[in-house]
Ligand binder design. Structure first.
Ligand code: PBE
Length: 267
């Protein structure tokens, strides 16, 4: 086009998030798979990425981000995933709850609730959007809990309350996991637990569950996003199952950009 290539328009820069995120590894793989030799993946954080997205979007400028669903950005902006014919980002992903070895013996009620935990993209979306609009995470989560007693009753069905047992949940400051972790904190507190949440990077999160310094995390993205972590710690954690299916990672751009595929970045 008269403006030159997409690469030139964004200085061959993909706006990434925290270096330990699985989507960063997948993006390095995409750069190799699609021979995007001139391109750089710039790391930062989820918050810095959404700030850069807002700035570009408001000015209708081009930007390429590492994006994932569920995320409030798709409600707020008109965005699209770039097609990924080589499959660098896998297919349908799932969000898994992971627990430390011995959790079932030590905290059987929590183990049961965490194993039962499952909700929809819409559920999580309500909380993410409320937080994005300025609500405190714990308040947004409490409002959702108050309005969804029926769903929580399914997670806690037949589970006895406990009397102040301590449990520690590790999470990463991704918008999706801020929402889920804040909800589970309230659910477990209502069941009598003393809940600590600890915010860490992705590598330390998996390490903490594997070495038992955290009891569980709601932030395991599988089969592909966190495959490197899951393989590294194979046998050292328990997969408590999917809390959400049909989630996704990839490269995301504003819909006004005139490209459709990662292959278009080769030009
Ligand atoms: N995410 C959100 C994470 C998992 C949750 C897609 C940014 C990641 O890439 O590891």
């Amino acid at each position: 086009s008269e403006a030159g290539s997409v690469g030139e328009s964004v200085n061959y820069k993909i706006t990434g998030i925290d270096p330990g995120a699985g989507i960063m590894e997948a993006t390095e793989r995409a750069i190799t798979d699609y021979e995007l030799d001139k391109w750089d993946l710039v790391s930062g954080s989820g918050a810095a990425m959404t700030a850069a997205l807002k700035k570009a979007y408001d000015a209708e400028k081009p930007i390429i981000i590492t994006g994932w669903t569920p995320h409030w950005k798709f409600a707020k902006y008109d965005l699209k995933y770039l097609e990924d014919p080589k499959g660098s980002y896998g297919g349908e992903e799932e969000i898994h709850t992971i627990g430390r070895t011995g959790l079932q013996e030590d905290l059987p009620e929590a183990h049961q609730i965490l194993s039962n935990f499952s909700w929809s993209e819409e559920d999580m979306g309500e909380i993410m959007i409320a937080i994005q609009e300025g609500e405190k995470p714990e308040v947004a989560a409490q409002n959702w809990v108050d309005a969804n007693a029926d769903k929580i009753a399914v997670w806690t069905d037949g589970v006895e309350k406990v009397n102040g047992d301590a449990i520690k949940l590790a999470y990463v400051a991704w918008d999706s996991e801020i929402a889920s972790t804040n909800v589970m904190k309230i659910v477990l507190e209502d069941m009598g637990y003393k809940v600590t949440t600890v915010q860490v990077e992705a590598g330390p999160m998996w390490t903490a569950v594997a070495d038992g310094s955290a009891d569980a995390s709601l932030a395991g993205w599988l089969p592909l996003t966190h495959a490197t972590y899951a393989e590294k710690f194979d046998g050292k954690f328990e997969d408590l199952g999917a809390s959400m299916t049909g989630v996704k990672i990839g490269l995301v751009v504003p819909s006004y950009m005139d490209i459709t595929s990662i292959e278009d970045l080769q030009e």
